[in-house]
Ligand binder design. Structure first.
Ligand SMILES: [Zn+2]
Length: 276
């Protein structure tokens, strides 16, 4: 699962390269969109929404006013392996061509979405149907900490470690930040949301970590002086805690909705287990 900051970076890069440019040729290699032709559409902006990437497109002006093309939004999700790459004219793809899902060709530059998922094209007016289920976006301009806290509080029986990955409560935290946020706020992942003391602190910590990393090429939660150990606990099972020396453990936590299990790393001393 990508973290919100990596989607933010990918989006910013696409926006810088493509905003204001008109599509010369489009090629959708997903069955539902294989006949779509976006030639003539101009990229008005590329924006992130949680882990979703939205390319907003301004329609070409049709000489016949009867054809009223609406602005469109090309939606994609990066999931685990997906990425958008940019190529100059004549460059060869750096990834296997069969993994390309969308090719948008502009004059002098081509954007290719490799292994991207959930590719959809909707009128921009209907964008909410695609991303309206998301909770407040940690890197969004409309970030709402109180709403995020209220969303968590409405689910008091879920473990905080499981709930942090639920993008419907708050959008942007992936598997790496989950472990790091819990460590930094000394919360055991199995603590029930209803019993979490300092829920706001954990939410604020999530925002701060994504915010400081959103423009960095390499993610670091331990501070730049510690770049040799970029994370406090993530990926460090069996190694000593950087704070207290206790051996870091790993716990598999299943998502409530999908049942998908993901590793959560913790220091059993810094993050004491809940009593019950
Ligand atoms: Zn520790």
């Amino acid at each position: 699962m990508p973290e919100g900051d990596s989607v933010y970076r990918a989006t910013a890069r696409l926006h810088r390269a493509l905003a204001g440019k008109t599509i010369v040729r489009s090629d959708f290699r997903v069955p539902s969109l294989s006949t779509v032709d976006l030639a003539g559409y101009m990229v008005s902006e590329v924006v992130p929404r949680g882990k979703h990437l939205l390319v907003r497109l301004h329609p070409p002006t049709d000489p016949d006013p009867a054809f009223n093309h609406p602005p469109l939004t090309l939606h994609s999700h990066l999931l685990m392996e997906g990425r958008w790459d940019l190529y100059g004219s004549g460059d060869r793809f750096k990834r296997p061509a069969h993994t390309a899902r969308v090719v948008l060709q502009f004059t002098g530059i081509t954007a290719v979405g490799f292994d991207i998922a959930q590719v959809k094209l909707v009128p921009t007016a209907d964008e909410q149907e695609l991303v309206g289920h998301l909770g407040p976006d940690l890197l969004g301009t409309d970030w709402d900490a109180q709403q995020a806290a209220a969303n968590f509080r409405a689910q008091p029986q879920r473990g905080i470690g499981e709930a942090l990955l639920d993008q419907r409560l708050m959008a942007g935290v992936g598997n790496i930040y989950r472990s790091e946020v819990l460590f930094l706020t000394r919360l055991h992942p199995l603590t029930l949301v209803g019993q979490v003391v300092g829920l706001e602190k954990a939410i604020e910590m999530s925002r701060r970590l994504l915010e400081v990393n959103k423009d960095r090429p390499r993610r670091v939660t331990t501070g730049l002086a510690r770049t040799r150990e970029p994370y406090w606990v993530y990926g460090r099972a069996g190694k000593p805690c950087l704070r207290c020396g206790t051996t870091i453990q790993v716990l598999k936590i299943a998502a409530e909705d999908s049942g998908l299990e993901r590793d959560c790393y913790l220091c059993p001393s810094c993050q004491p287990a809940p009593r019950s």
